[in-house]
Design a binder for this molecule. Structure first.
Ligand SMILES: [Fe+2]
Ligand SMILES: [Fe+2]
Length: 491
């Protein structure tokens, strides 16, 4: 494998300097990426020094370097996981043949579409989160937000590298379009629905990093099984970074729950209004946010029966999660999947060809992973001696695509009448009043060691530092404004 070149204009371990044309094309794209970052990246913090992790290697240990850097000076690089000697196509019609090192001609368009769809989500989430820094509950959280943001920027680099290297002119045009689309812009939106929804408060951010980034994790896991080896190696390294995004989301929501449980115990009440009056986020509101972001994110897996998914699998472009370890039949041509379908008020089981069920199989793994997360959140309630529990809604609940869309289901997945939905909707999904309330709590707390009143401090800080530590050093010109917040609790 090529060695890591950190001194290059674009840090990389792909021997970029040996391919002048490619290097020039990427160096050409680089200033436009910076322009996009300045326009759509975190607003109001570009001059500050943030304690960030930068990828500098892909080895098992020591792949990251931590330091205070200004975000525009972050070293976005191109890193692929090491090649596996003798790797074969892990699934589909070409199972067992040597993995592709070049784009197979007959699958070129499909492969480009897969890469562009993944790539588009990376800048989208940065755009969705660009104002959140202004209401961060602590310096620690502010830093974590920016860590996620710069890494999504690096994931964009990872995908653009593939487009530029393997797709010629089409690839370069796609790379331009990735900087042109904008999350939520009606004229030129991002490709996938959830990535056009605003993420305007920190509870949404933590839910997004729990559920939407977790969809990303599972898509990357499926792409890590690709027979197109450069895609597999790229996504395998992205997964190492993604693990931190999962951590930010899960522990973020967990800390909100912890604070709420403490307030309920202190005040000896479970009354949502009382919790709100004391600046906490009541559990029913947390549950509604959970319902909303889970049901939105689960759409991202695509249709339950999908000929596209079947084609991707047949072509060996996308496998199942841990394809080689978990399955025996990697061709999946004769097997079936039992898909629950709803006819009238009845849930029936329908046999569909296994290849057409690949989206649903990945969704099964995702739902299982989400259940573990909710279990861990419930352990926080248990530890605080609370009897309340959060639940993951059924996958049929509140869907706006796939076979379960177009008719209402309750959070247990039972078909219900439209009138019931109308009557219960405000118990199940955030209301305008919920959103306004959560937003009213979003006052920045950017002083060292302080934390907003609606969230508990983390057990420990980042990279061996305490929670009370200067994770972001503000530029002198803005420090006064940013640190002028009203006093709140110490962490
Ligand atoms: Fe990402
Ligand atoms: Fe992510």
């Amino acid at each position: 494998m090529a060695k890591v070149d950190l001194a290059a204009r674009i840090p990389n371990n792909v021997d970029l300097s040996s391919d002048r044309r490619l290097q020039r094309a990427l160096e050409d794209w680089q200033p436009r990426f910076f322009d996009w970052w300045m326009e759509m990246g975190p607003e109001g913090f570009q001059a500050d020094q943030v304690y960030l992790r930068t990828a500098i290697d892909v080895g098992r240990d020591g792949w990251a370097h931590f330091d205070h850097v200004r975000m525009p000076e972050y070293r976005w690089g191109i890193f692929l996981a090491p090649a596996e000697e003798g790797r074969v196509i892990p699934c589909g019609d070409h199972f067992g043949q040597p993995a592709w090192q070049k784009v197979p001609g007959e699958y070129r368009n499909m492969l480009r579409r897969i890469i562009v769809t993944q790539a588009d989500t990376e800048p989208a989430s940065v755009e969705q989160q660009r104002l959140l820094g202004q209401t961060a509950p602590s310096l620690y959280d502010l830093r974590n937000l920016f860590q996620v943001n710069v890494e999504e920027g690096r994931h964009l680099w990872a995908m653009v590298y593939l487009l530029h290297t393997y797709f010629g002119r089409d690839g370069r045009e796609e790379a331009e379009d990735l900087l042109r689309r904008r999350s939520g812009n009606p004229d030129s939106p991002r490709i996938l629905g959830t990535f056009n929804e605003p993420v305007e408060d920190w509870l949404s951010f933590f839910m997004f990093t729990t559920f939407t980034d977790r969809d990303g994790k599972f898509q990357l896991l499926a792409l890590a099984e690709s027979g197109f080896d450069p895609l597999s190696r790229t996504t395998r390294f992205m997964l190492t970074e993604e693990a931190h995004h999962m951590f930010v989301g899960e522990t973020g929501v967990g800390r909100v729950i912890e604070r709420t449980a403490d307030l309920m115990n202190e005040l000896k009440t479970e009354d949502p209004d009382a919790i709100r009056a004391h600046g906490g986020i009541d559990l029913p509101t947390i549950q509604r946010y959970l319902n909303r972001w889970f049901s939105s994110s689960i759409n991202l897996f695509g249709g339950e029966q999908s000929s596209n998914a079947a084609h991707y699998f047949a072509a060996g472009l996308k496998g199942r999660y841990k394809e080689l370890e978990r399955f025996e039949d990697h061709v999946a041509l004769d097997a079936a999947y039992e898909l629950p379908t709803v006819v009238g008020d009845e849930v029936r089981r329908e046999q569909i060809p296994l290849r057409n069920a690949m989206n649903e199989i990945l969704r099964d793994d995702y739902v299982g992973d989400c259940e573990f997360v909710v279990d861990r959140w419930n352990r926080t309630l248990e530890k605080a001696g609370r009897p309340e529990r959060l639940t993951l809604p059924h996958r049929r609940f509140n869907r706006d695509m796939g076979i379960y869309s177009g008719r209402p289901f309750d959070p247990e997945g039972r078909p219900i009448a439209p009138e019931v939905w109308e009557a219960q909707r405000d118990r199940w999904l955030p209301t305008r009043a919920d959103v306004d309330f959560v937003r009213s709590l979003m006052q920045p707390e950017l002083r060292v060691g302080r934390i907003a009143g609606w969230i508990a401090p983390p057990r420990k800080g980042i990279n061996g530092n305490d929670f009370a530590w200067e994770y972001v050093r503000f530029d002198k010109s803005s420090a006064g404004v940013k640190l002028g917040a009203e006093p709140s609790r110490t962490g």
